[in-house]
Design a protein around this ligand. Structure first.
Ligand code: ATP
Ligand code: MG
Length: 376
């Protein structure tokens, strides 16, 4: 596989060969200077989106109205965005924080008009130019400022912090899906950072989720076992008010996330009162058993018992649908019925019966079970 830098370099070389300027910029430059892992390298160019599309015919014009084109490169994808303004310096001056407002030439030279490198060295989050005006222009920048401060252990510079203090209440005007995105990126933070976030001026703007201090405290009490970046649905389950689906809708989260959070909700409400059963282990599946165990422990104020849960899960007769000894086609043949509701319903009942050990997971046993229990 190709590295994000190789992918970006390929795009920059081609742009430059056609006479355009092209720079790596934003998060990638920041993370490179900080020696952190880099997931993607964004490119800024003076080429217009149409010109980028012409140079890279396979590219996807998802964000053309914002000047962004996604260029696929050998399994990776590079976001190419037209300068906001005439020059790279002007483009950088529109960015949020000095540490995010650097660019890098193809030769590796850093363009750093706002001294972002010094701020990285000194651990400082500083708004670009006039922070007050910039936060009024886009209040979500305040949330981002806190996120970067927490993620890197940096301090928010006093002028910038003062501006946040003045305008924190504007955060709630940001688009809910943007707030949701930032929250998801923040939740796997350390215990100390989450406490600080709860006490920060922007906490109110992250409402209604953060108004529920009770829930935050509960979340924090389980931080001996912090959430990972793969446990986003878990965070939403813990933080949402009583109606999880409504909360996820309110923050416009994806259908996949809703589905995953739904599994966690169903399984958790069961195991908190009744403990784990074959059915709940199977419902959670390998992907979510440990997350659900974490919540069970959290809600009951106990230590999670990961190894016990793992052992029980290993002993399940089947661990996923495809482990079943029969499928729809086999049922149609054996019982001489055509495709339809009966097949689907019967498969569901059989799946449950196998999981709860009412029948063995063999063709013969299942057919017998269907004849005895589900027909006639
Ligand atoms: P992450 O590591 O979380 O992806 P990032 O800095 O790459 O952090 P992105 O949201 O991917 O964040 O944005 C890429 C770049 O675009 C930022 O580094 C910053 O220069 C600029 N940017 C993003 N959001 C804003 C904003 N709200 N206002 C101004 N500039 C922004
Ligand atoms: Mg990024």
């Amino acid at each position: 596989v190709i590295s994000p830098w190789e992918a970006a370099n390929h795009v920059m070389d081609k742009l430059r060969a056609s006479g355009f300027q092209a720079y790596a910029c934003g998060g990638a430059v920041r993370d490179k200077i900080m020696n952190l892992d880099i997931r993607d390298v964004d490119v800024a160019t003076n080429a217009l989106p149409e010109e980028v599309l012409r140079l890279f015919p396979a590219s996807i014009d998802v964000g053309v109205e914002h000047g962004t084109v996604v260029v696929p490169v050998k399994g990776d994808a590079v976001e190419v965005t037209a300068f906001r303004g005439k020059t790279i310096e002007e483009d950088l001056s529109m960015r949020d924080f000095t540490i995010n407002a650097m660019a890098m030439t193809r030769e590796g030279e850093i363009i750093d008009p706002f001294n972002g490198r010094d701020d990285i060295e000194n651990g400082i989050i500083r708004g670009v130019r006039d922070p007050e005006a910039r936060f009024k222009e886009d209040p979500l920048r305040m949330v981002r400022g806190y996120r970067f401060a927490f993620a890197y252990g940096f301090t928010i510079e006093s002028n910038t912090a003062h501006a946040i203090g003045l305008h924190a209440s504007l955060v709630k005007k940001s688009a809910v899906e943007r707030i949701g995105q930032e929250l998801e990126k923040m939740l796997p933070l350390s215990k100390g950072s989450l406490i600080a976030l709860m006490e920060s001026p922007i906490a109110g703007g992250l409402a209604p989720l953060l108004y529920s201090r009770q829930k935050w405290l509960r979340l924090l009490s389980c931080y001996n076992h912090p959430f990972t970046v793969d446990e986003v649905p878990l965070c939403w389950y813990i933080l949402s008010d009583d109606n999880l689906t409504e909360t996820l809708n309110r923050y416009r989260r994806s259908n996949l996330l809703k589905k995953q959070a739904g599994i966690i909700e169903r399984v958790t409400s069961e195991i908190v009162t009744a403990g784990w059963s074959n059915q709940t282990l199977y419902q959670a599946g390998e992907e979510w058993i440990y997350s659900c165990e974490k919540i069970r422990a959290l809600l009951l104020n106990k230590e999670p018992e990961f190894s016990t849960v793992k052992k029980k899960f290993e002993q399940l007769p089947i661990k996923k649908k495809s482990d079943m000894a029969v499928n729809g086609k086999m049922l149609m043949e054996e019982f001489q019925v055509s495709e339809g509701k009966w097949i689907g319903n019967t498969l569901k009942k059989v799946e449950y019966a196998i999981v709860t050990k009412k029948t063995e997971n063999t063709k013969t046993a299942v057919f017998e079970y269907i004849r005895k229990e589900l027909t006639g």
